[in-house]
Design a protein around this ligand. Structure first.
Ligand SMILES: Cc1cc2nc3c(=O)[nH]c(=O)nc-3n(C[C@H](O)[C@H](O)[C@H](O)COP(=O)(O)OP(=O)(O)OC[C@H]3O[C@@H](n4cnc5c(N)ncnc54)[C@H](O)[C@@H]3O)c2cc1C
Length: 383
């Protein structure tokens, strides 16, 4: 067993952490207040190699190991939680296009993902189909050399300014087998957008994408018809660990800041940290956050080794956000009234992390997956 990061991974982690704390953290609250987020900022992620982590090398990316995605998400979230969503969406888009697109589509989109000049969203959820995504109703109908797509995709991260979206649509048949994936350029006629009033993750402009008879060339089908649902699940299988690490990063930063505070702040003639009730709380949260971190990295490491990791991904996905939310909540009250204040980043981190308790699958759905993997498909609660 070897728990150490390689020299390359350690250097990458140090570089990203420095960038997150020096460049991102000072503006974390700025985008939350609704100031427009300058797209040029994404170029900075590209310079660090982050947008191209999962783009194949021949299209300008790094073809990096999955563990690198986790490192990027964990370290960026220390400065600005929202940036960990860029890690997720760039890698998912790169994978779906890199593994399933026709050559002509790869040539257009992969270099643009690698250099950060374009962003692809992930369009699975619909107003009436979230946990039960296989029941989606958006349709894609073949018409000559095109498909015509109609429907609404709901709760889509970066809906406000993505340039394309991997849209999961029904091409025929019921349930998972009837779902196919299309890369839809979002400047196509018939696409409209609506950004939600989100409690957190505001930089990501989550919202709905509406497709009204949107025509895409037939070669924008990713892979074969009927494979879309499995492609989506393949993306979830590692992204859930990346989500866990983003939440862990926000919690680690909050705990670091709180440890510094309780060493300074005095009550009853001694630093807060000398009260056992304070230091033991921190000890508990540090333990749980570290456990979630190791589980998430184990999942990504297994993916890199080509080993099964669906169970670990689902475990990390419910545990990571939960322990992070609990830890950040404790950091608020360990700061007393100063913690319950928008001048400090804790309440924003809490709002941001809560979103990813839901995104990519709720704890209930994750526990169903773990039960299926361990106890068996015949005992699944929702079958
Ligand atoms: C911040 C954020 C970002 C997101 N980004 C994206 C994105 O980029 N792309 C995308 O496609 N989607 C995205 N989503 C949508 C997300 O994946 C769905 O919200 C999620 O899968 C849950 O679906 P739902 O909202 O329809 O809830 P529902 O399915 O309606 O569930 C509601 C509640 O019922 C519970 N429940 C449902 N079924 C069962 C069951 N069988 N057993 C026990 N409990 C059950 C759920 O756990 C939940 O608590 C995002 C969501 C959030 C909050």
């Amino acid at each position: 067993m070897d728990f150490a990061l390689s020299d390359e991974q350690r250097l990458f982690a140090e570089t990203v952490r420095r960038f997150a704390l020096q460049r991102l953290k000072p503006d974390y609250a700025t985008w939350d207040r609704g100031e427009p987020f300058p797209r040029e900022r994404v170029a900075e992620l590209a310079q660090l190699g982050i947008t191209g982590l999962r783009v194949p090398a021949e299209y300008g990316g790094a073809d990096a190991h999955y563990v690198m995605l986790g490192i990027a998400a964990e370290e960026l979230a220390r400065g600005d939680f929202n940036y960990s969503l860029f890690v997720q969406l760039y890698s998912i888009g790169s994978e779906l296009i890199g593994q399933h697109a026709r050559e002509a589509v790869k040539r257009v989109w992969l270099p643009r993902l690698a250099d950060g000049s374009a962003l692809a969203a992930f369009g699975l959820t619909e107003p009436a189909a979230g946990s039960d995504a296989a029941n989606l109703t958006t349709t894609a109908v073949r018409d000559g050399d095109e498909y015509v797509i109609s429907g609404e995709k709901a709760s889509i991260t970066f809906a406000g300014y993505a340039d394309a979206c991997a849209v999961f649509a029904r091409t025929g048949g019921e349930g998972a087998h009837g779902v196919s994936t299309f890369l839809v350029p979002l400047d196509a006629p018939g696409v409209t957008r609506q950004v939600y009033r989100s409690p957190g993750e505001r930089l990501t402009q989550r919202g709905s994408l509406y497709f009204d008879q949107v025509r895409v060339p037939a070669d924008h089908l990713l892979g074969a018809e009927g494979k879309g649902f499995y492609q989506a699940m393949g993306a979830f299988d590692y992204n859930r660990a990346v989500i866990a690490l983003a939440c862990v990063g926000a919690a680690e930063q909050s705990l670091d800041e709180t440890i510094a505070y309780v060493k300074e702040r005095q009550s009853f003639g001694r630093p807060l940290a000398k009260h056992e009730a304070v230091s033991f709380q921190l000890a508990e949260h540090l333990t749980l956050v570290e456990a979630a971190r190791l589980l998430a990295y184990e999942c990504l490491w297994k993916r890199d080794q080509g080993e099964p990791h669906t169970k670990e991904a689902a475990m990390a996905k419910w545990l990571g956000p939960k322990v992070a939310v609990d830890a950040i909540h404790a950091c608020i009250w360990l700061h007393g009234h100063y913690g319950y204040n928008m001048d400090l980043p804790f309440e924003q981190r809490l709002r941001d992390a809560i979103g990813l308790e839901i995104g990519d699958g709720t704890p209930e759905i994750m526990k169903g997956i773990i039960a299926r993997e361990v106890i068996g498909r015949d005992y699944m609660p929702y079958r």
